[in-house]
Design a protein around this ligand. Structure first.
Ligand code: FAD
Length: 391
């Protein structure tokens, strides 16, 4: 398929700044040159393309909205969204890597860390010299992380001891530092736990049919001792701290999922125009046109929702429930677009020669992680009725 342009049915282009367009171009070229040629191989092998990390760091793809004094790019929220769109046009696993590194590790260190923690970690994470992961979910607490069992207890001399298990942690095995959320006598707190700390391990989760080019792991903490001064994020107190990180990442996902959808839409359009059955291109049939028209319409609606969310975020007025609406709508639309694309490609739709089945399988994870589709539906429901149906 021809990936030279983002699908733009409603003139999104005219609503972007020069800097935002430039970020998108840089990311698109990077994905076309470095990601598309290797990603199917990595997905089939179940391996993460680690050699891309320093390149992405060099291009400023990690934590790009954070200030330049920490080695970050200081970009707008919309530029960040467009970056996620382009990365996920490559693969949801690659975008997940960038989401975790930027929104779930760098963002909380910037928002809740000490000056010393920021000075130490942010430049290392921005360049990709160090990799981070975010440990919130546990085997028995997914949608309801407030019930977490992982515990941290204060020891004499400013030290802390952590015990517990986290599950489904993106980047876990390859991470140099894990941001682990734990229950303490003062409520939920966040701790930076470095790889190699005694009692800490991060075994990889195997057997996934989705996000195969992304590392997913368990985090096991057995009497792990850390120093409060360097490890504890001083300003992160209560469940609202990890939830605020998720709001950042979900905003990127609302854009990102559409990138995967765009890849599938463009692939299906291309295919429908060239595939001839009954002596005419299948694109000339009403049924396939209905699918393509639906796909481009839902892609466009999602883009406009994401863009408005970005502008609200830039003004500082965006609410978590608005982010929920965009994550819920856009990931669902993206998944439906990929499924329709699969049908247009017929049997070819299941082959790795085309990106469609990989994106579709990836989006099943995206539909569930960072708050399931159901949970975001219930958050929007709560917002409009004033009644919480999930607790
Ligand atoms: P559950 O919470 O058990 O939900 C199961 C089903 O019940 C869902 O359909 C859900 O919508 C529904 N449900 C739950 N509660 C209600 C309710 N009150 N009302 C109605 N329906 C309800 N977590 C991290 O902390 N860090 C990561 O880096 C990370 N990466 C991930 C990567 C992958 C590939 C995947 C698959 C997951 C990842 N997660 C991560 C975990 C993810 O955030 C959780 O899977 C998600 O929050 C859902 O939790 P659960 O899987 O335990 O499902």
């Amino acid at each position: 398929a021809n990936f030279t342009h983002m699908t733009d049915y409603m003139g999104l282009e005219g609503l972007l700044t020069d800097e935002e367009r430039m970020v998108r171009e840089t990311a698109r070229e990077f994905v076309n040159r470095e990601v598309l040629p290797i990603i199917e191989g990595h997905a089939q092998a179940g391996t993460f393309p680690a050699r891309l990390v320093p390149m992405m760091g060099e291009l400023g793809f990690f934590g790009p909205t954070l200030p330049e004094k920490y080695g970050c790019a200081g970009l707008s929220q919309t530029a960040y969204g467009l970056l996620m769109y382009e990365l996920e046009r490559g693969d949801s696993g690659l975008r997940s890597f960038a989401s975790v590194q930027g929104s779930l590790v760098m963002w909380p260190i910037h928002a809740y860390g000490s000056e010393a923690q920021k000075d130490h970690w942010l430049p290392l994470l921005a360049s990709g010299a160090k990799i981070g992961c975010f440990g919130l979910t546990e085997p028995d607490f997914g949608s309801n992380p407030g019930g977490m069992l992982t515990r941290a207890e204060r020891l004499p001399g400013g030290r802390w001891r952590l015990n517990g298990t986290k599950m489904w942690i993106t980047n876990g095995t390859v991470a140099d530092v894990a941001l682990v959320w734990a229950r303490t006598d003062e409520g939920i707190r966040g701790f930076l736990v470095e790889k190699g700390t005694k009692g800490f391990s991060a075994p990889e989760t195997h057997g996934k049919w989705s996000l195969r080019a992304s590392v997913t792991s368990e985090l096991v903490l057995e009497d792990v001792e850390v120093d409060g001064e360097t490890s504890l994020l001083p300003l992160a107190k209560g469940l609202k701290a990890p939830l605020s990180c998720l709001t950042q990442a979900r905003y990127g996902i609302a854009w990102g999922a559409l990138g995967a959808a765009d890849a599938c839409y463009q692939c299906a359009l291309d295919y429908a125009l060239s595939r001839v059955q009954f002596d005419k291109p299948i694109a000339a049939t009403q049924l396939q046109q209905e699918k393509l028209a639906w796909m481009v319409t839902d892609l466009t609606k999602g883009q406009l929702l994401a863009l408005q969310l970005g502008r609200l975020k830039e003004q500082g007025t965006c609410t978590p429930a608005q982010v929920s609406m965009a994550k819920m709508n856009n990931v669902n639309a993206a998944l439906e677009i990929c499924r329709r694309a699969r049908t247009i490609l017929g049997a070819n739709g299941i082959l790795d020669e085309f990106p469609v089945m990989r994106h579709m399988a990836n989006l099943e994870s995206v539909y569930t992680y960072e708050g399931t589709h159901d949970m975001h539906t219930l958050i929007v429901g709560e917002e409009v009725t004033g009644l919480a149906a999930y607790r």
